[in-house]
Design a protein around this ligand. Structure first.
Ligand SMILES: [Zn+2]
Length: 309
C-alpha cells in the first residue's frame, strides 16, 4: 500500500467523511474501499433477450465502474458515459450504437455526478484504469482532468491508429480522450496470477490493483483485479457479458448478448479461450476470487448489496 492519506471530502470532518464512506462501501482493505457504480444505462430493444430478466420490450444493461478509495487518492476503474456524452451525444458517439443499444443518457448516471454525491471533487480522482477504450467505458475520462490514465499499450494503439472498418470507427471515439495529458500504457510482460500470465502492477498505484490481459473483445482488453480483505475481485470488463456464461454446468448466454459479443470481438478464439480461463478460475478459486463483468445488472446489484467488511 502506498501513499499517505485517504482523500477528504470537501467541507466534511474526517469522522463525517469516514461515516459516509463506511455506509457506502461494499468491500474494504485497510486504507482501500471499493464502491460499485453503474455509469450508464443501455435499454436495447429485445428486453429479456438481452438481460435475461426484463418483463418489458427493453432490456436493462448497466455500464459498471468501480471507485476505489486508496491512501493516495481515488482510483476510477472504467468510466461509462461521461457528462459530455450526455450533453451532446452526437457526433461524439456513433448513431449506430446509440440506436442499437438504445442508450439512456442521464447526468445522474455519470461517474462525475456520483463521485460528487459522495462528497469528493473531480480533482480527487488521481488514476483511471481502463479495461479497454470502447465508447461505453471511456466516455467519462475527461471529467477528471488530473487523472493519470492506465490502459494496455495494444488497446491505445488499436483505438488511435487502427480504427479501420465499420465497427472499429464507431466503437473507438478519440474525442472522448484527446485531452488526456498523462497516459500510462503497458506492453506485454509481467507476472503470473491464478494461472493468468502477463499480469502487471500499475505505475503509481497500490500493488493490490493489477491489470490482467484478457484479449478477444478488443486487442488490448484487460481485466482489473483488486485485493480486498474479502478476497480478490476481478472486473472482467467485456470478456463476457452474461452471468451464466461462467457457470460450470449448462452455461448459457442470452441471444442478444451473444449476438453483441460476436459483433464486437476482434479475436474470437482468444475471447473464447479467455472465457474458458475465467470459468476455470471461478470453478477452482471462486471462494476467494469474485468475478464480475461490465454489463450484467444482476451481478452488479449483488456486489452493490454486499455488506461492509
Ligand atoms: Zn462495454
Amino acid at each position: 500500500m502506498v501513499g499517505e492519506r485517504t482523500p477528504q471530502r470537501s467541507g466534511e470532518s474526517r469522522s463525517e467523511a469516514e461515516t459516509l464512506a463506511t455506509c457506502r462501501c461494499r468491500l474494504s482493505f485497510p486504507g482501500m474501499r471499493i464502491h460499485y457504480l453503474s455509469c450508464g444505462t443501455d435499454c436495447p430493444f429485445g428486453g429479456p433477450l438481452f438481460d435475461g430478466f426484463s418483463k418489458s420490450l427493453f432490456g436493462l444493461i448497466p455500464c459498471a465502474a468501480q471507485l476505489v478509495e486508496t491512501n493516495n487518492g481515488l482510483v476510477l476503474i472504467d468510466t461509462g458515459y461521461g457528462t459530455q456524452d450526455v450533453r451532446q451525444p452526437h457526433p461524439r458517439l456513433s448513431k449506430f450504437f446509440h440506436a442499437l443499444l438504445n442508450i439512456k443518457f442521464r447526468m445522474r448516471d455519470t461517474a462525475l455526478h456520483q463521485i460528487k454525491a459522495l462528497g469528493y471533487s473531480p480533482e480527487d480522482v488521481r488514476h483511471i484504469v481502463l479495461t479497454h477504450l470502447d465508447f461505453d467505458h471511456a466516455g467519462g475520462i475527461e471529467d477528471f482532468p488530473n487523472a493519470r490514465v492506465h490502459v494496455m499499450e495494444k488497446e491505445r494503439d488499436a483505438a488511435e491508429n487502427k480504427r479501420r472498418g465499420f465497427i472499429a470507427r464507431r466503437r473507438y471515439r478519440p474525442v472522448q480522450w484527446d485531452d488526456v495529458r498523462d497516459w500510462r500504457t503497458y506492453a506485454d510482460g509481467g507476472e503470473s496470477w491464478f494461472g493468468f500470465d502477463r499480469v502487471r502492477a500499475l505505475d503509481g498505484l497500490p500493488p493490490e490493483i493489477l491489470m490482467v490481459p484478457l484479449e478477444g473483445h478488443t486487442s488490448g482488453h484487460a481485466g482489473i483485479a483488486i485485493q480486498s480483505n474479502s478476497g480478490w475481485v476481478l472486473n472482467a470488463g467485456d470478456a463476457y457479458f452474461y452471468r451464466r456464461e461462467l457457470d460450470a454446468d449448462r452455461r448459457r448466454c442470452t441471444p442478444g448478448l451473444r449476438f453483441y459479443q460476436t459483433l464486437m470481438d476482434t479475436d474470437r478464439k482468444r475471447r473464447i479461450e479467455n472465457q474458458e480461463r475465467l470459468r476455470e478460475l471461478k470453478r477452482t478459486e471462486g471462494s476467494h476470487v469474485t468475478i464480475f463483468c461490465s454489463h450484467d445488472a444482476k451481478e452488479l446489484e449483488a456486489l452493490q448489496r454486499m455488506p461492509t467488511s
